[in-house]
Ligand binder design. Structure first.
Ligand code: DGJ
Length: 740
C-alpha cells in the first residue's frame, strides 16, 4: 500500500533538483548509528548504551564522511526525571518512569502496563531501514519503518506492533513516530478551522508543556489538520530552518508537540489515544499510519515547496492514463451544479447547465447531491443509491451521453458512508450504523454513519459503488462525508474489542477506495467532507483532489488558500467560481476577481451559469482558456507566497515557477487600498537570473511601470511595478512571464 521511494529521477522544481544528491542510507556497526540522507537533509539515530533507540540529529545535510559516536543517554535530572524520561527516544514505550508522551502504551493480560523497548535487529532497505525493538521482558515487538525520499529528504516513518505473547495485549496508544529537536527558540505553525472557515494558520512560540493538535471525530476534521511546521526562531517565508510533518491518517488522530522540562522538543503523532483500545491477540499485528517528516533551510516557503513536490511525485494516485508518469495530470476544469440547483436536479435542468458549461470550455461536468433515492432535501435518501426515476426517468445515461456529446466527461456526487433514517437501507439494516444498543442515536444533517468497519457494510458500499461505475460511464466521483461520529459502538464485537472501530473504519475506507481504483482505473475521486473535513496525506493516496471548503467567497478563499498551501499542493486545491453577492458573506465581487482567486488552485465553476450574460460567459471562457495554457505552472510549479493575505493585509500576491524556470505566473490581489497607496513593487523569486522573460497580463491592468521584456535578475531584484491606478476594493490582476 505504501509507496517506498525510488531513486529514479522525479521531475522536481529546478531549485530542488540542484540540491538533490544521491540517496544515502547507512548503518555504522561500530557506533550503532543509522543515517538517512536525501535532498538537503540528514536524519541520524542510534542504539544507546542501554539499548534504546535514540535520536541523534535531524537537520541540514551532513558531509558524506561525517560520523557520530554511539548515542549516549541524557543524564537523570535529580531524582525526579530519569534518564529514560529525558532521552529523546525514537519510539518510547510507556514504562520505566516515562512522563513524556509515549509512542506506545499497552496493557498485558495480567495487568502489567510496563513496556521498555530495546533494539533487537535491523534490515537495511534501498532507501531506509526496518528496525526491530523488543520489550525487555515480554514478547512484544515493534518494527520501526524508515524510508527517505532521495530528492526531498522527506522521511516516511511508521510502526508495526506485534504481540508474541500467549495472551492478548491491548494497545492503548500507538504513534507512528516521534520526532525530536534540541533546545532552542522555536515557533510552531499549525492549521485549524471550522466548517466554512478552514485553513487558519496559527503561529505560536513553543513553550514548556504540550500543544495537542487532534481530531477525536472519527475523521480528519475541519477543526485541525494533521500537519505541523516548527521554525527556528520566528518563521520566515524564504529563509531559516523549518522542520515539518504530516500524518497520513483520515481517522481520529493526534499530534503532540511538547517541550520537556529540559527544553527538548518532541513531536509525537499517530492514532488518537482518546477512547482508543486495540486488542492484539497472540500473533496479531497493528500497523500505524505513516508520519512524514521533512526539513528545509529555506523557510516556510521552502518547506511547503518540498511537500508539494513530494505529494505530487509520491503520494497522489495515478489513473490508467498517468500510470508510470512522474506526476499526476493537472485537474480537469470542472463545472459543479450544487450552488446552482442544490437538491433540485432534473435531467432537463442538468442538460441545460451542461450546454452552458461546454460553451465555456469546461472539461468535466459534475452533478452534485439530489439524483438518487427519495432525495428532495437532506431528510431522505442517503443509503439508497438507485437513480431517482422522477428526476431521471431513463436513468443517468441520457445525461451522461449528452455531457459526452458536448465534449466533457461526467462526474457524480456520492456520500457512501452515510444513511438517512428515512431510507430503505436504514429500514432494512438499522444495525448497520455506529451506535450503542439502547442508547439514543444522534443525527446530524438528519443522517447517521454506517459502520464501515463491519464487513457487511464494507461489502455493501463497495458493491453499490462498483455497480454505479460499471453501469455508467462515470469519470469522477465527488465523495462527500457530512458529519462527525457520535455513539461509536460496534456491537458485533465483544465489548473489549469494539474500539477497533477507530482503526478498521478508516482502513476499510482506504480498502474500498483502492479496490474501486483497481476495478475502474480511469475513475478519479475527490475527497470532500462538507468542505475541508477530510484532507490529509492518508486520503490523498487514494483521491486525486480535495474540496477545501464550502466557503467559496473569493476573498475568504485567499486566506484559506494561503493556509492550505502550507501543507498541500495547489494541484489538489479545488476552487470554484460562484455567484455574487456571495451567499455566505453577502460580499459583492467582480467576475474577474472571483476567477483569479480560483485560478490560484485547480479551477472550477460552481455558479448558476444559466443566469450569466453573454459578456460574463465570454469573460469566463477567455479566462478558462488562459488558465489552461498556464495550469501546469500554477499547480506543479514552485509556489512563492510573495505577500501574505493573512491578518487583514491590504495586498496579497503569489507566484509559481515552472520546474525548468521557463514560465512563471503571478497573482496579485487588493483588499482595500487606503490613502492612495499603490501596490508594492513585487520582487519575484525563483527565475533564471540570466534568462530574458516577456511579461504579459492574463487579466488586469497593463504594466505601464514595467518593461515588456527583462532579465530574471530584473524581475527578482528590481521587481514588477503595477500600474498606479491598480487600486480600490477587491481588485485582482494576473500575469505570466515566459522565457524568450
Ligand atoms: C457538502 C459539500 O461540501 C457541498 O459541496 C455539496 O456537495 C453538499 N455537501 C451536498 O449535499
Amino acid at each position: 500500500m505504501l509507496k517506498t521511494f525510488s531513486a529514479a529521477a522525479v521531475l522536481l522544481g529546478a531549485s530542488l533538483a540542484a540540491a538533490a544528491q544521491p540517496a544515502f542510507v547507512s548503518y555504522d556497526s561500530a557506533a550503532k548509528t543509522f543515517r538517512l540522507d536525501g535532498g538537503g537533509a540528514s536524519y541520524v539515530f542510534g542504539v544507546n548504551s542501554r539499548g534504546e533507540l535514540q535520536q541523534l540529529y535531524w537537520g541540514g545535510r551532513l558531509g558524506a564522511t561525517d560520523t557520530f559516536p554511539q548515542a549516549a543517554p541524557l543524564p537523570e535530572w535529580a531524582s525526579f526525571d530519569s534518564s529514560y524520561n529525558n532521552t529523546p527516544q525514537e519510539y518510547a514505550g510507556w514504562g520505566a518512569g516515562l512522563f513524556a508522551e509515549p509512542a506506545l502504551k499497552v496493557t498485558f493480560a495480567d495487568g502489567n502496563r510496563d513496556l521498555v523497548l530495546h533494539y533487537a535487529s535491523h534490515t537495511v532497505k534501498a532507501n531506509g531501514f526496518d528496525v526491530v525493538l523488543k520489550d525487555v521482558k515480554r514478547k512484544v515487538a515493534v518494527t520501526l519503518h524508515y524510508s527517505v525520499d532521495p530528492e526531498s529528504g522527506i522521511l516516511a516513518r511508521w510502526a508495526t506492533i506485534e504481540n508474541g505473547e500467549a495472551l492478548p495485549v491491548t494497545v492503548e496508544q500507538a504513534a507512528a513516530a516521534a520526532w525530536a529537536l534540541p533546545p532552542a527558540h522555536y515557533t510552531l505553525n499549525y492549521l485549524t478551522g471550522r466548517w466554512a472557515g478552514e485553513w487558519t494558520l496559527n503561529q505560536e512560540a513553543v513553550r514548556q508543556g504540550a500543544r495537542v493538535i487532534e481530531s477525536r471525530r472519527g475523521s480528519t476534521g475541519h477543526q485541525a489538520n494533521p500537519w505541523f511546521a516548527i521554525a527556528a526562531g520566528e518563521p520566515e517565508e524564504e529563509q531559516g530552518e523549518v522542520w515539518f510533518g504530516a500524518l497520513a491518517w483520515s481517522g481520529s488522530w493526534r499530534i503532540t508537540v511538547e517541550q520537556d522540562q529540559l527544553d527538548h522538543v518532541r513531536v509525537t503523532g499517530g492514532f488518537n489515544p482518546f477512547d482508543f483500545g486495540y486488542v492484539l491477540h497472540p500473533g496479531q499485528t497493528l500497523e500505524t499510519p505513516v508520519f512524514y517528516g521533512g526539513y528545509s533551510a529555506n523557510g516556510m516557503g521552502g518547506a511547503s515547496r518540498l511537500l508539494h513536490h513530494f505529494e505530487l511525485a509520491h503520494v497522489l494516485p495515478r489513473t490508467a492514463a498517468t500510470e508510470g508518469q512522474p506526476l499526476p495530470r493537472p485537474r480537469p476544469v470542472i463545472y459543479n451544479s450544487w450552488e446552482a440547483t442544490e437538491f433540485a436536479v432534473t435531467e432537463a435542468g442538468q442538460m441545460e447547465l451542461a450546454e452552458k458549461a461546454a460553451a465555456l470550455g469546461i472539461d468535466r461536468f459534475v452533478m452534485d447531491d439530489g439524483w438518487f433515492g427519495q432525495r428532495k432535501d437532506d431528510h431522505a435518501g442517503l443509503g439508497d443509491w438507485y437513480v431517482n426515476k422522477e428526476k431521471f426517468p431513463n436513468g443517468l445515461k441520457p445525461l451522461i451521453d449528452k455531457v459526452h456529446a458536448l465534449g466533457m466527461d461526467f462526474g457524480l456526487w456520492v456520500e457512501p458512508e452515510m444513511v438517512n433514517p428515512n431510507s430503505d437501507l436504514y429500514r432494512k439494516h438499522p444495525e448497520w450504523v455506529l451506535n450503542f444498543p439502547l442508547r439514543p442515536r444522534t443525527e446530524q444533517r438528519n443522517q447517521m454513519i454506517l459502520n464501515l468497519a463491519r464487513p457487511d457494510v464494507r461489502a455493501y458500499v463497495l458493491g453499490f459503488l462498483d455497480k454505479l461505475l460499471t453501469e455508467n460511464d462515470i469519470a469522477f466521483l465527488k465523495w462527500d462525508y457530512n458529519r462527525n461520529w457520535s455513539e461509536p459502538g460496534w456491537d458485533q464485537l465483544a465489548p473489549a474489542e469494539q474500539k477497533k472501530v477507530y482503526v478498521e473504519f478508516t482502513r476499510n475506507l482506504y480498502a474500498i477506495l483502492a479496490e474501486l481504483r483497481h476495478r475502474h482505473p480511469k475513475v478519479e475521486i475527490e475527497s470532500c467532507s462538507g468542505g475541508g473535513g477530510r484532507v490529509d496525506l492518508g486520503i490523498l493516496r487514494y483521491t486525486d483532489e480535495v474540496w477545501p471548503s464550502d466557503n467559496t467567497d473569493p476573498f475568504d478563499r485567499l486566506t484559506m488558500q494561503d493556509g492550505f498551501t502550507y501543507a498541500y499542493t495547489p494541484q489538489v486545491m479545488m476552487a470554484w467560481v460562484t455567484d455574487s453577492p456571495h451567499w455566505l458573506n453577502k460580499r459583492t465581487t467582480t467576475l474577474t476577481y472571483r476567477m483569479l482567486s480560483s485560478m490560484q488552485g485547480s479551477l472550477g465553476i460552481g455558479a448558476n451559469i444559466s443566469k450569466w450574460s453573454a459578456e460574463e460567459a465570454a469573460t469566463v471562457k477567455r479566462l478558462i482558456a488562459a488558465y489552461h495554457e498556464v495550469q501546469p505552472t500554477i499547480v506543479e510549479g514552485d509556489l512563492y507566497r510573495l505577500i501574505s493575505p493573512q491578518d487583514g493585509s491590504e495586498f496579497s500576491a503569489t507566484q509559481t515557477v515552472r520546474a525548468d524556470k521557463g514560465q512563471s505566473v503571478v497573482f496579485a490581489f487588493i483588499h482595500s487600498t487606503q490613502e492612495k497607496r499603490g501596490f508594492p513593487r513585487l520582487k519575484l523569486k525563483g527565475l533564471d537570473p540570466a534568462a530574458q522573460y516577456t511579461i504579459s497580463p492574463i487579466e488586469g491592468k497593463a504594466l505601464a511601470g514595467s518593461p515588456a521584456v527583462a532579465s530574471g535578475a530584473w524581475w527578482m531584484n528590481h521587481g514588477l511595478e503595477m500600474d498606479a491606478d491598480f487600486r480600490g476594493d477587491f481588485q485582482a490582476a494576473a500575469f505570466r512571464l515566459d522565457r524568450k
